[in-house]
Each structure stands twice: as structure tokens, then as C-alpha cells.
Design a protein around this ligand. Structure first.
Ligand SMILES: NC(=O)c1ccc[n+]([C@@H]2O[C@H](COP(=O)([O-])OP(=O)(O)OC[C@H]3O[C@@H](n4cnc5c(N)ncnc54)[C@H](O)[C@@H]3O)[C@@H](O)[C@H]2O)c1
Length: 371
């Protein structure tokens, strides 16, 4: 027998008291980056100071909601401000490396949305700049910071799952709206770095260093219509250096999903238990030690915090959670995850997946953080 635990709570967001050492945040790229600025009423250790975008309409929309901040279209002007200690980057993927290196050189610590970078040359560049300047970086892997995935990870760290022997992760989402909103998505990158970065990051998080991958990809009817640069359907099999197995799947041209499935799911098959975390539905499902199946439903408790009271609004809670975690780790002098080296290692897995799909063979992962 199983049961559903509705986690109670309908409160709107309660803003925590600000830590007197709270760090000032400047955000570049005010479409997705606007979400982070608005989510700053959830954090204690980091607060909004500045926003930057080339597009005056994006600046105007942010200014209307957060009038007290400094706004500019000139990234260097934002970097020159001493009250900006952390820079968060939400520009198109191919610009991340330039924006990270400039921020490091200006003495700032950096939050960079996923994917950290989308080419090997850029991965080497950000790694070198981080090592040269000693600045810190957090990759904004939002899925890790969504409530069911946090619950699942905490149970894993308490040892309740035992060893994860097999992992199954996917992110599936119809993306015509994204091609229309942001044409660079179709023309300048590959879905292995965009959507597939979510399940591949989850795979690396649990299985540790990945030895090799075998990937297949095709282009959907929708991707062909938008003339995307690469394929938009991927299946990946991976083996870790310790011999454990994982699978990641992505499809960005499909029809809508039936409600039984969620667009992001992580299924862990451990030696002691199994568990499933889901996004958008805020469900965490697991087998308890006595064999009972438990479904934790966090929607009522978490919808204001995570969705900003909208119907499945995007990422407010996750962005606040990783920004707060990063600021705390800077203030306390403790490690953060995923940091620059971890982000580059995950990029190396993504790049191996891309090569494997193109070359039609199993590919060894080349970890450039070791060379
Ligand atoms: N789950 C997640 O964490 C998540 C979700 C969606 C998007 N993203 C990532 O966020 C990033 C942005 O995605 P988006 O959907 O907001 O893209 P977008 O195209 O809607 O917005 C990018 C913004 O950057 C601005 N910009 C471009 N170059 C600039 C420059 N040199 N200086 C200042 N502003 C500049 C543009 O004017 C635009 O407003 C991408 O890397 C994407 O992969 C992450």
C-alpha cells in the first residue's frame, strides 16, 4: 500500500532578515535573469543591486518591477561598480565565456546559468581564467535546487538509497515557443548543451566521474521546420568510472506530455531503495524501508516560493536557492556545488555525448580539468 503526504503550507513568501554581510548582485541578461532579480525577496545573504541588458524593453520591464536598482546597457559599467560583488549571467549560451572572463577580471564572483559554456575552447578559457584570478563560480543548475530534487538528494546523502546502481533522467519539452522568442536557440547551439544539460548534470551528480558515453540523436519534425543547427532528440547511455550505469533522454520537438509524466524526472535505483523526483509537479516518490510507497506532494507548500504564485511559473525558487547557497559559501569560506571545475567536467560529458552522436560510436570522456 502507498499513500500521499500533502506537505502543508499556503503562505506567501516570507522574506528572511538580511545578513549584514549580504553580497550585492548584478545580473546581465534580463529575460531569464529578471526571474533571479525578482526572487531576491527569498534570500538573506545576497541582494539585488544592478541589472544590464542591451534591449531597452527588457530594462524597462525590470525597472517597472524593481525601480530602486542601477540599470545599464553597458556590461563594463555594471562590472565597474564596487557594490556589485556577484555577477549573474543569463545571456545567450555562446556569450557566457566572454561574460564570465570579464567578470573574473573585474574581481567579481560569478553565477552562470546552465549551460556553463557550449564549446571546448570556451571551457578551457573559463577554466584558465578561474585558476588565474582565483574567483569563484556557481553553475545555475536549477533542477538540483527544486524541492523534490533537494529532498531526494538529502535522502541519498543520509544513505537511505544505498549505492545508486542505475539512474534514469530526462528533460522533455516542446520548444517552438523558444525558437520564436530566442532565435539563437535554433541557430547557435545544440540541444545537448541546452535542454540535455539538466539530465546530464543529474547523471554526473549521482554517478561521479563518467568514463564513457554512447549517444544517438535525430531531428524531430518540429526541429526540421525551424531549421535547427543540430538534432533535438537524444538518448544517452553512460558508464561511470566505478562501473555504474545511467541513461539520459531529451526530446524538444514532441507533442505535449500526458499528465502522468513530468518534463524533468530523475529515477534513482539504489541498492537499498528507489526514488523519483519530478518537475513541474512538485512530487517526490520513494519506497520507505517497510516497503510503503510514499508520495510527498509539495505543490501547496511550495507553489508561492517556487512558482511565484503563477501556474507553474518559471524557476523563482530554484534561482533563489542557488544564489543563496553560493553567497553563503562565499561568506562562510566553504565549497559550493556545482563549482567551476565541476561545471567544466559536466561540460566534458556533454561534449562527449555530442561527439558520440555525430560519430555513431562509444566515446571516452576527456576531462580537461585534469590536463
Ligand atoms: N532552467 C534554467 O536555468 C534556464 C531556463 C531558461 C534559460 N536558461 C538560460 O538562460 C540564458 C538566457 O536564456 P533566455 O531564455 O533568457 O534568452 P533570451 O534570448 O530571452 O534573453 C537573453 C537576453 O540577453 C540580452 N543580451 C544579449 N547580449 C547581451 C550583452 N552583450 N549585454 C547585455 N545583455 C545582452 C538580450 O538582449 C536578451 O534580453 C541561456 O543561457 C539559457 O540557456 C536557463
Amino acid at each position: 500500500m502507498g499513500f500521499i503526504k500533502h506537505i502543508p503550507g499556503t503562505n506567501p513568501i516570507i522574506t528572511p532578515p538580511r545578513d549584514p554581510r549580504s553580497l550585492g548582485l548584478g545580473v546581465v541578461g534580463l529575460h531569464e535573469g529578471r526571474t533571479l532579480l525578482l526572487a531576491m525577496n527569498r534570500t538573506a545573504s545576497i541582494h539585488p543591486v544592478a541589472g544590464c541588458d542591451l534591449n531597452p524593453e527588457k530594462v524597462q520591464a525590470c525597472r517597472a518591477e524593481l525601480p530602486g536598482l542601477f540599470y545599464t546597457s553597458d556590461y563594463q559599467q555594471m562590472l565597474a561598480r564596487p557594490d556589485v560583488q556577484v555577477v549573474a549571467i543569463y545571456t545567450p549560451d555562446s556569450l557566457h565565456a566572454d561574460h564570465i572572463v570579464a567578470a573574473f577580471d573585474a574581481g567579481k564572483d560569478v553565477i552562470c546559468t546552465k549551460p556553463l559554456v557550449n564549446s571546448l575552447g570556451d571551457a578551457r578559457r573559463v577554466l584558465d581564467a578561474g585558476r588565474r584570478t582565483g574567483r569563484r563560480l556557481m553553475v545555475g543548475q536549477s533542477t538540483r535546487f527544486f524541492e523534490p530534487f533537494r529532498r531526494q538528494r538529502a535522502a541519498y546523502e543520509r544513505g537511505e538509497l544505498g549505492t545508486v546502481e542505475l539512474l534514469d533522467a530526462h528533460y522533455i519539452h516542446r520548444m517552438d515557443w523558444y525558437y520564436q522568442k530566442s532565435p539563437w536557440v535554433a541557430k547557435e547551439t545544440d540541444w545537448v548543451f541546452l535542454g540535455l544539460s539538466h539530465p546530464l548534470d543529474l547523471l554526473c551528480w549521482y554517478l561521479g566521474p563518467i568514463r564513457s558515453v554512447q549517444a544517438m540523436s535525430v531531428r524531430s519534425e518540429l526541429a526540421a521546420r525551424f531549421e535547427t543547427r543540430g538534432p533535438d532528440v537524444y538518448i544517452v547511455n553512460a558508464v561511470s568510472q566505478t562501473g555504474r550505469l545511467g541513461r539520459a533522454m531529451g526530446h524538444y520537438g514532441c507533442h505535449e506530455l500526458p499528465t502522468a509524466r513530468n518534463c524533468i524526472e530523475l529515477m534513482l535505483y539504489g541498492s537499498r531503495s528507489t526514488s523519483l523526483a519530478q518537475y513541474h509537479d512538485m512530487r517526490y516518490v520513494y519506497a520507505a524501508p517497510d516497503g510503503t510507497e510514499v508520495t510527498e506532494d509539495h505543490l501547496y507548500a511550495g507553489r508561492h516560493y517556487y512558482f511565484n504564485s503563477e501556474v507553474h511559473g518559471m524557476h523563482y525558487g530554484e534561482f533563489a536557492n542557488y544564489a543563496e547557497a553560493f553567497a553563503r559559501s562565499i561568506l562562510d569560506g566553504t565549497p559550493n556545488s556545482p563549482d567551476l571545475e565541476e561545471g567544466v567536467r559536466t561540460f566534458c560529458v556533454m561534449d562527449a555525448v555530442r561527439r558520440s552522436a555525430v560519430e555513431g560510436r562509444q566515446v571516452e570522456v576527456q576531462d580537461i580539468t585534469c590536463s
